[in-house]
Write a protein that binds this ligand. Structure first.
Ligand code: HEM
Length: 512
């Protein structure tokens, strides 16, 4: 039964100042902290010193809003007469009203790209993820992989399907916001990646999105019919998990150097696979693996099921093991020749086919994460008081936040422009025209993330390097934004590729 709340005057609250009877006011609501004081992580004495007072500003200078949301049901005893709260507590699923906290269309600006269906889609995902977030925070903290139950839930709600792009594989599936598969476009997918990133738990987020969004495309684009029919629905409905296994300890971005071998058996019916793979996201809990191997005819992609001889073990990285980042060993693993994805010796084309999409998806995600960090900085700078004024009243802080916003908005706008091209170009034209811009966008998006992370840490000070409390998102971002700068092609390779692509189309007759 909910507690009955009473109405008090400020004078009444002011009488409750002792160890045995201690009340405080936060935003015109009254809290009895007498029994809580001994459990208060900030210390009992502090709370008692503040007994009887309005502690709103001090409270918000030291605690995230989620603290009061969590403790209010236990500690709130009433409200102050003729007053109402001035601080908004967003409902789960609300869009933020903090300037620049959402892409401009969702802050009331006009856009040629979005319509009502994109708004419905974003809203549905934001609400759905608000329910998932508590589990995400626990998994992230405890290094626990997302459960199969959660995968099934995300699969049935169409969340998994909405992260691999428009295509025939969506047919018959339910999508968030009731969007019909035939109306689903790359802007919906962009929103899906943004909303997933907004959960704010990078390891867990990769745990529920990274493996299949790059592991499944080789199957639905190049798999033989018997695999497509079975595996694609299993994965999209969250019943089985798949990952992409390309990189090895000896070779990262240089795919041509992979050493995992697949030798044909004398009867020509199977390959025997031997070798190792490293940094394979979702590998620890995947059932299926899309694997790059070397056969007699060259680099080949194989679909391999978990079986004897295939072992996965977790690798500890700078984010949570909820991502399932793994080291995989293949010892005499037997794979039917029918499991070749594409053609033998043409694995490179299979790998390249989805590269642009993968890089674009990383852009969607890192740009959304960076935006959240800017929102955290703006909120903090507004509520944190030092030397008698808010942080935001210091020109040096405004200069940092100005630099953050003005570096983020151009990459968001470039992302939307590229997404528009993806919606309107056939695959071949996309490959010719977008490989360079996507590579350069990825380079710039992760450079922006780097600078924002650095400035955010300076703004938060000690809290920006502390895993709990006010700066926890800043600390986590600092530890993890580099994943986006390395995976799917490092910054160095991205800028080089962008320029090489541009030079391919450089007119032979152009002169200075
Ligand atoms: C309803 C009232 C309050 C509740 C439920 C509460 C709860 C908490 C919690 C959960 C933490 C740990 C935060 C974290 O690490 O994320 C904390 C820390 C702290 N609290 Fe409170 N608190 C309350 C009121 C106050 C008041 C009135 C003060 C004094 C102004 C205060 C001072 C502190 C301090 C100094 C810390 C340590 C902050 C840090 O490590 O940076 N708290 N409190």
């Amino acid at each position: 039964m909910p507690k009955e709340l009473k109405v008090f005057t400020r004078a009444e609250v002011a009488k409750h100042t002792s160890e045995d009877d201690c009340w405080i006011i936060i935003d015109s609501e009254v809290y009895d902290v007498t029994t809580f004081a001994d459990m208060h992580p900030g210390g009992a004495q502090l709370l008692i010193e503040y007994g009887g007072k309005d502690v709103t500003d001090d409270f918000y200078g030291l605690h995230r809003q989620e603290v009061i949301v969590k403790y209010a049901p236990r500690l709130k005893i009433g409200t102050i007469e003729n007053e109402s709260p001035k601080i908004a507590i967003p409902k789960p699923g609300d869009l933020s009203k903090v300037p620049y906290a959402e892409p401009s269309y969702w802050m009331g600006f006009k856009s040629p790209y979005f319509n009502e269906s994109h708004t419905k889609f974003r809203q549905a995902l934001r609400e759905l993820y608000a329910d998932v977030k508590p589990e995400a925070l626990i998994s992230e903290e405890l290094n626990k992989a997302p459960t199969l139950e959660l995968y099934k839930f995300l699969g049935e709600e169409g969340v998994l399907a909405s992260q691999i792009g428009p295509g025939p594989w969506l047919k018959g599936l339910k999508l968030p916001g009731g969007i019909k598969p035939e109306n689903f476009d790359y802007f919906h997918e962009m929103i899906a990646h943004e909303e997933t990133a907004r959960v704010g738990t990078p390891g867990f987020v990769d745990g529920i999105s990274s493996g299949y969004s790059i592991g499944l495309p080789p199957v639905f684009n190049f798999g033989p019919p018997h695999l497509k029919e079975r595996v694609v629905p299993e994965v999209l409905l969250g019943r089985k998990r798949i990952c992409l296994a390309i990189t090895e300890p000896y070779t990262g971005s240089d795919v041509a150097k992979i050493r995992t071998t697949a030798k044909l058996t004398p009867d020509g019916k199977h390959f025997i696979v031997n070798g190792v793979k490293k940094w394979i996201t979702n590998g620890t809990f995947s059932d299926y693996f899309s694997v790059a191997v070397r056969t007699e005819k060259g680099i080949t992609m194989l679909f391999i099921e978990r079986q004897e001889g295939l072992e996965t073990k977790g690798i500890k990285t700078s984010y949570s093991s909820a991502a399932g980042t793994s080291y995989i060993t293949f010892e005499n693993v037997k794979v039917p020749v029918e499991n070749i994805l594409g053609k033998e010796g043409q694995g490179f084309q299979v790998i390249m086919y989805n590269f642009n999409h993968e890089r674009w998806y990383i852009c969607c995600s890192i740009i959304a994460s960076t935006r959240m960090i800017i929102e955290e900085c703006m909120k903090w700078a507004n509520q944190r008081k030092v030397f008698g004024k808010r942080l935001i009243d210091q020109p040096v802080i405004r200069a940092k936040i100005g630099a953050m916003i003005s570096s983020l908005e151009p990459v968001q706008n470039w992302l939307e422009n590229i997404t528009y091209q993806m919606c309107n170009m056939p695959y071949l034209e996309q490959s010719q025209k977008l490989a360079g811009p996507i590579a350069l966008l990825k380079y710039q998006a992760t450079r922006v993330a780097h600078n924002v992370s650095d400035d955010a840490c300076q703004i938060f000070g000690g809290r920006g390097i502390t895993k709990t409390g006010m700066g926890r998102s800043i600390e986590s971002f600092q530890r993890t934004y580099k994943f986006a700068a390395i995976l799917g092609g490092s910054e160095e390779i991205m800028s080089d590729l962008g320029v090489r692509q541009a030079m391919k189309y450089f007119p032979k007759n152009a002169r200075l």
